[in-house]
Design a protein around this ligand. Structure first.
Ligand code: 2HA
Ligand code: ZN
Length: 291
């Protein structure tokens, strides 16, 4: 068996978490990532027959208390991830800090396989201090299921508290069309990177199945979903793609926050956005350009 600490999927998770931490998007235990890794990529590093623990997929992570915890526990019974049964994911741990992943991946990450019942995961490696997957696991797994329906190459769901995206949700209309149009106009790259736009959810309690379901519903249509006053979800075929999407939205949001109170002398017009989309062979979401 090869040393799992040298496995590309663990090295990439470590590097990604470190990058996101340094960008200031994952303070304390903020943020979470799940990355589906094909069995043949995991097999050289782990005995796939050796299940260390079986963990319920929805649980009270300790993050929710009182009525919210009770409601979350009841809703959890409804979660059905059987479409993901047998799939293996690397997932950041609940309560764990992105800051610490690089130095101690075995405590801060876990490699889990979705059990046949779609309600548990089988721990194959990690969470070495008795930990569990992220409290946002329902949002992640429901999102994976929706993205896989529209994109068979999909593999990554990434959540973080990208600073300027969060700031923008306080001062900008939360209408998805308006929010996306502002982002598109902040830098030329945006239309090319996310012509499909961003979905936006209003403020909701996090860490439960309800926000998970609402997020997954948006994922039918969007690769990016903003949680108002909280953060953003990005998805993709690999960590770079999900990261690149979030990074581009965050850059646009940063420019917006920098210029929002300054008189604007010129901007990118809708006609120019259309020309841009044509030149790069991308299709803007229908009806979102005024041309
Ligand atoms: O994992 O970011 O949304 C901590 C969070 C919850
Ligand atoms: Zn969060």
């Amino acid at each position: 068996m090869k040393d799992i600490l040298t496995a590309p999927f663990i090295r990439e998770m470590c590097k990604t978490c470190a990058n996101m931490y340094r960008l200031g998007w994952d303070e304390r235990n903020g943020g979470n990532i799940s990355y589906q890794v094909p069995e043949e990529e995991v097999a050289p590093y782990l005995d796939l027959q050796n299940v260390l623990r079986v963990i319920p997929m929805s649980f009270n992570s300790g993050y929710l208390v009182g009525k919210a915890a009770e409601e979350s526990a009841n809703k959890a019974l409804e979660l059905d991830a059987t479409p993901l049964a047998g799939k293996i994911f690397v997932v950041t741990g609940t309560g764990k800090y992105f800051k610490n992943v690089m130095d101690d991946p075995e405590t801060n990450l876990g490699v889990v396989r979705v059990a046949a019942d779609g309600k548990h995961v089988e721990l194959l490696w990690g969470y070495a201090d008795g930990g569990r997957p992220t409290s946002e696991l329902p949002a992640h797994f429901m999102s994976h299921m929706e993205r896989l329906k529209v994109d068979p190459g999909h593999r990554v769901v990434m959540h973080c508290h990208a600073t300027n995206v969060v700031a923008m949700t306080f001062v900008h209309d939360l209408c998805e069309r308006a929010f996306t149009r502002t982002l598109w106009k902040m830098c030329t790259e945006c239309m090319v990177v996310f012509p499909d736009g961003v979905g936006v959810l209003p403020w909701m309690i996090c860490g439960n199945d309800e926000i998970g379901r609402a997020t997954a519903e948006k994922m039918k249509d969007f690769r990016l979903v903003v949680w108002a006053m909280h953060g953003i979800f990005g998805t993709g075929k690999d960590l770079d793609e999900a990261f690149g999407l979030i990074e581009t939205v965050e850059k646009a949001a940063e420019i917006y926050i920098k210029i929002m109170n300054t008189p604007i002398k010129q901007d990118i017009t809708d006609a120019q956005l259309k020309v841009l989309a044509e030149a790069f062979g991308v299709t803007p979401r229908a009806g979102w350009l005024d041309v």
